[in-house]
Design a protein around this ligand. Structure first.
Ligand SMILES: O=S(=O)(c1cccs1)N(Cc1ccc(F)cc1)Cc1ncn[nH]1
Ligand SMILES: [Mn+2]
Ligand SMILES: [Mn+2]
Length: 377
């Protein structure tokens, strides 16, 4: 009897698809009119020259973005009700691993050179962010679910952070439309010398201009006021600046050369999230002034984390995959000592629905690049 041949995925390493090593540019946008008027033409040419000095850096980011687009194209039609979240996460992560050649971290000379940027978020309904299944999770995606798919790709530490929302029931369409419009508004408002609070104000105004009727009740869409976008630095998903999605008075400005994840979250609940539920997401804390752990198991786990992830976020499944066993006590010890930061799921009130869209943008000297833009969102 012919054994049913496992469908071999035809995903190849991305380098084979781009033999000249040049990766496609994202969507270009001009900075605000008045900003451009202040700059003379010879200034523009100086900015362009300065930008070209970072060509290799930009190319790395574009490589990650191309992989992000190809992964979502490969998996989009395969995310259907009845699927286990575990299988969706594996599909996304294994496709990313194939494109980046990061199938087996233990076999890689530098496991942090390129690969998964951070855990695949698959947050459902009132859970807005930072949920990914831990081993043994049997959750199955349902027709009435609103799932935020939020995953990362990194190339030489340049992280692409982009997310979209999956839903099947058309009654959620206005919620998703509100958030997509709000995220695009944030992307349009962003720019060199722009104040973060002004971006938040513009996002909030658009978000709140939408209403959605779900199960016979009408809601005005609310921004989740304590969630925000963020700057991105090499191997650091949070570069230090937070981009609010409501007016918050933060007059900090965006600066030339920075990478930002512009993400907005809309909700039919309180518009405010609280941490709750089993933790899956972790990351090495940046500061290193903490005291080293005395517990041997914690010391060894820290070494494994440093070698395989560095300061990139990881999840319990990635430790399982490395063959780590019974690591929870040691992991919680590292969290208690402040050596590892935990990122619990962030939830609005049960029964509410949240949606998200997110892109990574690059503030070049002369123009803005929405590097993770695709023909899907
Ligand atoms: O909420 S955040 O911690 C944050 C927002 C503003 C300043 S820090 N976070 C960064 C992050 C933390 C842990 C991860 F595993 C991955 C990312 C935003 C985010 N989560 C998913 N995509 N983007
Ligand atoms: Mn994200
Ligand atoms: Mn983000």
């Amino acid at each position: 009897n012919k054994k049913k041949k496992k469908k071999k995925s035809n995903v190849k390493k991305i380098e084979l698809l781009f033999p000249d090593g040049k990766y496609p540019e994202g969507a270009w946008m001009d900075y605000h009119q008045d900003f451009n008027l202040q700059r003379t033409t010879d200034e523009e040419s100086r900015y362009l020259k300065r930008d070209l000095e970072r060509a290799e850096h930009w190319n790395d980011v574009r490589k990650g973005a191309e992989i992000h687009r190809r992964v979502r194209r490969a998996i989009k039609d395969r995310i259907v009700p009845g699927m286990k979240l575990m299988d969706i996460a594996d599909m996304i992560e294994n496709t990313t691993r194939k494109y980046t050649g990061a199938e087996n971290l233990l076999a890689m000379e530098d496991p942090k050179s390129q690969g998964i940027g951070f855990p695949t978020g698959l947050s459902l309904n009132h859970c807005a962010a930072h949920f990914t299944p831990n081993a043994g999770d049997k959750t199955v995606l349902k027709y009435e679910d609103v799932m935020k798919v939020d995953y990362g790709v990194q190339v030489n530490g340049n992280i692409i952070d982009s997310a979209f929302t999956v839903s099947f029931d058309p009654q959620y369409d206005n919620l998703l439309a509100a958030v997509k419009d709000a995220t695009y508004t944030g992307i349009k408002e962003a720019g060199i010398d722009v104040r973060l609070t002004d971006i938040g104000e513009a996002i909030q105004e658009v978000m709140e201009s939408y209403e959605v009727e779900i199960n016979g009740e009408t809601y005005q869409v609310k921004p989740c006021r304590n969630l925000c976008g963020h700057s991105i630095a090499p191997y650091r998903i949070h570069g230090g600046k937070s981009v609010p999605i409501v007016k918050n008075g933060d007059t900090t400005k965006m600066e030339e050369g920075e990478h930002f994840a512009i993400e907005t979250f809309g909700s039919t609940g309180r518009g405010y999230v609280t941490a709750g539920g089993e933790v899956s997401h972790y990351a090495r804390s940046a500061e290193d002034h903490q005291v080293m752990p005395t517990l041997d198991s914690a010391k060894n786990l820290l070494k494994t984390i440093d070698r395989n992830f560095g300061t990139l976020p990881f999840c319990r499944r990635y430790l399982d995959r490395l063959g780590q066993e019974k690591y929870l006590f040691a992991l919680n010890n590292l969290v208690r000592h402040g050596l590892v930061q935990d990122y619990p799921p962030l939830n609005d009130i049960p029964g509410s629905y949240t949606a998200q869209f997110e892109h990574t943008i690059l503030l070049h000297a002369h123009k803005k690049e929405v590097v993770s833009k695709g023909d899907d969102y």
